[in-house]
Design a protein around this ligand. Structure first.
Ligand SMILES: Cc1ncc(COP(=O)(O)O)c(C=O)c1O
Length: 399
């Protein structure tokens, strides 16, 4: 991996880019002047404020371009989590007169899932969970059966962050619109991996997060189509069309804008395709060298950088710890459930069999990973699995 700066020792290999990414040096450079040189508040009328406003609007254009939106349709927030909360809670509350039904997929990120749970507990929302097939696809037919004229909002993620499956968003959004419901998609794991076009997808709301695309942490955006009836979930000033009060995180937003610009450039210069070559190689070598494994997620409707693999008779946490001891960082489930050894709700939702459900490891690559790193990871993983299986009472090697 080409590490930026000297903070990370050279021998370490980072394969956890769906948890977070290293901030791009171009992004850091773009941000620096906005801490101590141009530190104005974009709401102020004087020159400091006007300078700040100008770069804020430039960043809005950069982020809008990444998803083919218009700048005025972008609301900056503090995170993907906040954008999801605003989309789900803000849209539901503004439309409670129309109905109380909310449909989410069975494997949404906790930022959508717990927002829906909050609405159920405090606002009598009736939550319907859309089932997924074995590869993690939400079926448009199932949505047609579940939706009613009381459905206010449907929220289905564009790409699942644990297994990488890409959802048929345009078809799902089309069905939601037939009954007058709004459609939100969490595109946090899609941004930078596949082109996003809010118009072609026909979505009303779409979430992205800066730190998943080599931008800084603590910045997110929500695309809101102009005709969407939505209310703020915070109370205060009139920033961001009144939908997100609070003085903007200017340096963070500038960094997000730059990261979006780079992500767009990378999409047009074949970077995802290069990542996919390495990811596919990793997968093929595991399939050849490690018996009794399962690749979770769709065989081909899957983003370029995720490999989620279950190794029978080996705990995912044990794999993670052993790989970490060898300098390889991976995740054993969703980034945001760090520290919890619960069974993955994603694998449960796609019906992964018992033998494989406790042993997922997610490897998520980025453009800086090298073939040497992947070769080292393959060798190391093969050895670790062999070692752990020798102490598993359930493992019986084929003679
Ligand atoms: C699919 C998805 N949605 C939302 C989030 C939350 O984003 P943030 O970390 O910016 O709050 C994450 C973070 O892992 C995610 O993977």
């Amino acid at each position: 991996m080409k590490f930026y700066g000297k903070r990370i020792p050279m021998h370490k290999i980072y394969l956890d880019n769906n948890s977070t990414t290293q901030v791009d040096p171009e992004v850091v450079q773009a941000m620096l002047p906005y801490f101590s040189e141009y530190y104005g508040n974009p709401s102020n009328l004087h020159s400091f404020g006007r300078d700040a406003k100008e770069v804020l609007e430039l960043a809005r254009e950069q982020v809008a371009r990444l998803i083919n939106a218009r700048p005025e349709e972008i609301i900056f927030t503090s995170s993907g989590t906040e954008s999801d909360n605003l989309a789900v809670v803000g849209t539901y509350k503004a439309n409670m007169n129309r109905g109380s039904n909310l449909i989410i997929s069975a494997f949404e990120h906790s930022a959508v899932y717990y927002a829906a749970n909050y609405l159920k507990k405090w606002h009598n929302a009736d939550i319907v969970k859309l089932p997924l097939d074995q590869h993690g696809i939400a079926s448009p037919l199932e949505l047609s059966k579940a939706i009613t004229d009381k459905t206010v909002l449907v929220s289905v993620m564009y790409v699942n962050n644990e297994i990488g499956t890409i959802e048929p968003i345009q078809r799902l959004a089309h069905i939601a619109h037939q009954v007058g419901a709004y459609f939100h998609t969490d595109a946090v794991a899609a941004a930078g991996k596949i082109p996003i076009d809010v118009k072609a997808l026909e979505v009303d709301l779409l979430t992205i997060s800066s730190h998943k695309i080599h931008g800084p942490k603590g910045v997110g955006a929500l695309y809101v189509k102009p005709d969407v009836d939505i209310q703020s979930v915070l109370y205060g000033g009139l920033q961001e069309h009144g939908l997100r009060p609070g003085t903007e995180n200017l340096a963070g937003i500038v960094g997000f804008g730059k990261a979006a610009e780079i992500a767009k450039r990378d999409l047009s210069t074949g970077v995802p395709e290069k990542i996919k070559v390495l990811r596919d190689y990793l997968q093929e070598e595991f399939e050849k060298k490690i018996p009794d494994i399962k690749i979770n997620g769709h065989p081909f409707e899957r983003v370029c950088n995720i490999l989620n693999i279950s190794v029978a008779y080996v705990e995912g946490e044990a794999l993670l710890m052993n790989l970490d001891l060898e300098g390889i960082a991976v995740s054993s489930g969703s980034a945001c459930s760090t520290g919890k050894a619960d069974v993955s709700h994603v694998l449960k939702a796609i019906g992964v069999e018992d033998k494989y459900i406790n042993s997922p490891v997610r490897m998520s690559l980025d453009k800086n990973n090298t073939k040497e790193e992947i070769d080292y990871t393959i060798d190391t993983m093969v050895k670790i699995v062999e070692r752990l299986r020798t102490i598993s009472p359930l493992w019986k090697p084929k003679k």
